[in-house]
Design a protein around this ligand. Structure first.
Ligand SMILES: Cc1cc2nc3c(=O)[nH]c(=O)nc-3n(C[C@H](O)[C@H](O)[C@H](O)COP(=O)(O)OP(=O)(O)OC[C@H]3O[C@@H](n4cnc5c(N)ncnc54)[C@H](O)[C@@H]3O)c2cc1C
Length: 343
């Protein structure tokens, strides 16, 4: 298993718990995609980790409950809802806790970087940068959006959009435990409390809107001032310069017979508007783990794995079109029209 994010850790645990030999290769150091990022997850996602043996108590320091959701989406009315069983997580800390739990449960973990993977006669050899090597029947690529090894093994990427996230943290104690979502003309905002005294504000838009690095702070300010729920933050300087994250929707075409399988975000990503990215990634990794377990125990082929993954992605595209169709104030805008149909 290459990559120790939520997908890699849970899928490695499932394989380990089934009594098969698995090694989790963890790249030491902080994951740049997780540092400084707060995300929201549903209680069901946390509960599902328990199926892999991870107790919620092991994640406590990285998780805090949300109290409510305030949104302005659709005809411009503001909705206030109780955040039923939703939590905000500090991603870097959350990932550290998951890895520590896997270590404690006995999953063999190798700290190191993969240099090369050799595929000779169906037997894979994973060579680490320090010269160590691991023989494997399967390699699971759980390296997130980069899908580094799946690409090297010939998987082709289908990019559905160029969604990009521009994110900064502000002081806003008055909105402390509320998730705020609001649509603007060329994108939408999501804002969550971080675990300190700040509020992470993320503007999701198309890559072309972001432009050069110089104008990012001004762009964020300009778009914040178009909102009604977050406008008051536009008078403040963010704690640090805004960060840019790729959030594009994409799926990999990979061979159903390959013994190198991309899982989680490496296999496909979903629109963050759904708030279910991590759930979908873990589910995808778990399906691959189960298929490998069934294959090793009873010789079942893995052929249905790719088929069901594609069906899940198509379902997501339909759901995404439904979400974006609800917003009707910016009907002519390019950002919105591109997402209203099921590609
Ligand atoms: C801006 C943004 C906001 C989001 N907000 C939410 C949200 O609120 N709620 C939600 O549920 N989802 C959210 N998501 C989606 C969620 O972050 C992903 O679905 C989830 O992180 C996928 O987990 P993963 O383990 O598949 O990949 P990742 O979390 O990307 O983990 C990949 C792991 O592989 C490691 N790695 C990478 N390359 C290598 C390598 N060469 N060798 C070894 N290790 C490697 C990385 O260090 C990392 O540990 C958001 C996504 C974005 C972009």
């Amino acid at each position: 298993m290459i990559g120790a994010g939520p997908t890699g850790v849970t899928a490695a645990l499932d394989i380990f718990n089934a009594g098969l030999k698995v090694v989790l290769v963890h790249r030491p150091g902080k994951d740049p995609c997780a540092v400084g990022r707060a995300e929201t997850v549903h209680a069901a996602t946390l509960a599902s980790l328990k199926r892999s043996g991870i107790e919620i108590s092991a994640l406590r320091q990285a998780v805090s409950p949300l109290e409510g959701v305030t949104s302005k989406w659709g005809n411009g009315d503001v909705f206030n809802e109780v955040a039923d069983q939703r939590f905000v997580i500090t991603r870097a800390l959350f990932d550290d806790c998951l890895l520590a739990a896997a270590r404690m449960l006995g999953v063999p973990i190798v700290d190191g970087a993969v240099e090369a993977i050799d595929n000779t006669g169906g037997q894979l050899t994973v060579v680490l940068r320090d010269g160590r090597s691991l023989a494997a029947s399967f390699v699971l690529d759980a390296t997130g959006r980069s899908a580094k090894w799946a690409h090297r093994f010939g998987a082709k990427e289908n990019k559905i959009d160029t969604l990009t996230a521009l994110s900064a943290t502000y002081s806003a104690p008055e909105l402390k435990k509320i998730l705020v979502v609001e649509a603007v003309e060329d994108g939408w905002f999501s804002s969550v409390p971080d675990l300190k005294d700040g509020r992470q504000v993320t503007f999701f838009t198309d890559r072309t809107v972001i432009g050069t690095s110089h104008g990012r702070r001004d762009l964020l300010l300009a778009r914040l001032s178009e909102t009604s729920l977050l406008r008051h933050l536009s008078g403040q300087n963010p704690h640090e310069p805004p960060k840019l994250w790729a959030a594009d929707l994409k799926t990999l075409d990979q061979s159903a017979r390959s013994n190198l399988i991309a899982i989680g975000d490496a296999a496909q990503t979903i629109d963050p508007l759904s708030g279910s990215g991590m759930t979908a990634a873990i589910h995808n990794g778990r399906s691959a783990a189960n298929a490998i377990i069934a294959h090793r125990h009873s010789g079942r082929t893995l052929s249905s794995l790719e088929h069901s993954r594609r069906a899940e992605f198509e379902n997501h595209l339909r759901l995404r079109a439904a979400y974006y169709n609800v917003e009707n104030r910016f009907a002519q805008g390019r950002f919105w029209t591109a997402r209203r149909t099921c590609v």
